[in-house]
Design a protein around this ligand. Structure first.
Ligand SMILES: *Cc1c(COP(=O)(O)O)cnc(C)c1O
Length: 361
């Protein structure tokens, strides 16, 4: 049996079809339709009233965010993220300046940010890796003192709360991805989350070609999303709490079944964290062992993913300064299959395989 690293939840077809019925009746497929508006409202409620705009994906959300905050020059960022975090910066003609990550959370190390600030620095773009929060309070303090804007790539952060607030409500704005591989998905999709209405207006224009009717205000792009994607979101959103409960149980089981192996796990440093169990990453003691286990599992049709690899300061089209912690983790980290419909039996079997191949090195 083939087990993938993730599996998108699909709601009962009848539930999705009921939304399709409405789309057919209205003949309104995109451009801020009623389902998009309803999803944005429900997402806003889910995020304690933050302003939410549904976008085509999480990458365009990052690009629109950089534009709307008028960032230029250098942006301090993390080398341990998905490639879209860095390419969004490059695509917007800014320079990513990599600062290394913490060895516990694998998030941007706030204590190393100030040394990297130059007169050209305009912002910080940090990722909440696997849904574990960056040190949002320290980053907020640095940004205030140096007059920098803060964007969080919260692609993994949906459903996480810290210090009593949604993690996505921090920063000048946060972006999220609702790609099919994410905890909460709309097949393709993303969001920009913020609290400042003036900024929200600007974001809306940038993601909608910069005009309202015949009045033109700013540069813009097509960052919108459709009624079909919103419908998927409306089906899936009420199930997020159940997804998190199911994933927590699987994470506990994984940890039990792998106990005794010399594996490292990212560890949150915030006591107030309410975690979403977005991924199940394990860090091996060597890259060689990672390869043996990964290949062994693949031969049994169990697919894992090197996520994140490579460290983004090693991209062929943009080299950054050395970041030893990120480079080291990126070589040794592997995400094991993790989704709410994974059976306990499957987790036990995967762990038996990990134990077996782990012993081969
Ligand atoms: C998935 C992801 C993205 C990109 O989101 P898309 O919706 O696929 O464009 C960006 N950053 C991180 C950290 C991600 O995991």
């Amino acid at each position: 049996m083939n087990i993938n690293v993730t599996k998108a939840y699909l709601p009962p077809l009848a539930e999705y079809s009921a939304y399709l019925q409405g789309i057919w009746e209205r003949g309104w497929l995109t451009n801020n339709g009623p389902l998009v508006q309803q999803l944005e409202k429900e997402l806003s409620d889910h995020l304690d009233g933050s302003l939410v705009q549904f976008t085509g994906n999480g990458t365009i959300a990052l690009q629109v965010a950089i534009k709307a905050l008028e960032l230029s020059g250098e942006i301090i960022t993390t080398p341990f993220s998905y490639v879209a975090t860095t390419t969004a910066i490059l695509w917007e003609n800014c320079t990513p300046v990599f600062v290394d990550v913490e060895d516990r959370t694998f998030c941007l190390d706030a204590t190393k940010i100030e040394a990297a600030i130059t007169p050209q620095t305009t912002g910080i773009l940090a990722t909440h890796v696997y849904g574990y929060p960056c040190d949002v309070l320290a980053i907020e303090d640095i940004a205030r003192r140096h007059n920098l804007k803060v964007i969080y790539d919260g692609a993994h952060a949906f459903g996480v709360r810290v210090h009593g607030k949604p993690l996505l409500s921090y920063g000048d704005l946060s972006t999220c991805s609702f790609h099919a591989t994410k905890l909460f998905h709309t097949a393709e999709g993303g969001a920009i989350v913020m609290n400042d209405p003036a900024l929200a207006k600007k974001v809306w224009l940038y993601k909608s070609f910069g005009h309202i009717g015949d009045e033109y205000f700013s540069l813009g792009i097509n960052g919108k999303n459709s009624e079909f994607h919103a419908a998927m979101g409306l089906c899936n959103l009420p199930r997020v709490p159940d997804f998190i409960v199911a994933r927590q149980a699987l994470a506990v089981l994984y940890r039990q079944e792998l106990v005794g192996l010399p594996l490292q796990y990212p560890e949150p440093t915030e006591d107030s964290l309410e975690y979403n169990h977005a991924y199940f990453p394990v860090v091996f003691d060597s890259e060689e062992r990672l390869h043996v286990v990964k290949d062994g599992l693949a031969a049994q049709m169990v697919n894992t993913r090197r996520y994140f690899y490579p460290s983004l300061n090693h991209l062929p089209y943009h080299k950054g300064a050395s970041c030893p912690v990120s480079e080291d983790i990126a070589k040794r980290v592997l995400c094991l299959p993790f989704y709410q419909e994974l059976a306990a039996e499957q987790v036990r079997w995967i762990c038996q395989l990990v134990r077996k191949f782990h012993g081969f090195v």
